[in-house]
Design a protein around this ligand. Structure first.
Ligand code: SF4
Ligand code: SF4
Length: 132
């Protein structure tokens, strides 16, 4: 996978310095209870995992292609290096939950009340209280 990531970066002209394989894209708090799943359809390597209230990205599978970021209606996806200060803990949370939740490869229906939860702050409790 690391070789693929280097290849994609090189062919997109994004690499100007020796590439480190540490970064990935991260799903943040805005996804919780929204889970529109538009991101799933565009991911070329199926690295989204689905929990009951949000999706997460497996950082070991993500090739940093950035295709998912503009697709998210909730603006919930960010590159790890660009995470806002209050969202940085989601990098570790994505890694942890991706190991526990199953891969999702096709977009399903969003929750009926998804729009009511969009941009609502303080939603992490829905994950920490019921992680699986
Ligand atoms: S599109 Fe955004 S809100 Fe919807 S599941 Fe993906 S990350 Fe979550
Ligand atoms: S950046 Fe690309 S590989 Fe990573 S989760 Fe988004 S669509 Fe998938």
């Amino acid at each position: 996978m690391a070789l693929l990531r280097v290849f994609v970066r090189l062919t997109h002209g994004a690499v100007v310095a020796p590439y480190t394989a540490a970064m990935s894209y991260v799903v943040t708090e805005n996804c919780i209870r929204c889970k529109y799943q538009d991101c799933v359809e565009v991911c070329p390597v199926d690295c989204f995992h689905e929990g009951p209230h949000m999706l997460v990205i497996d950082p070991d599978e993500c090739i940093d292609c950035s295709l998912c970021e503009p697709e998210c209606p909730a603006n919930a996806i960010a590159a790890e290096d660009d995470l806002p200060a209050g969202q940085r803990h989601f990098a570790g949370l994505n890694r942890e939950l991706a190991m526990r939740w199953p891969v999702i490869t096709a977009q399903g229906p969003a929750p009926a009340d998804a729009d009511q939860w969009k941009d609502v702050p303080g939603k992490l409790q829905w994950i920490t209280a019921a992680p699986d």
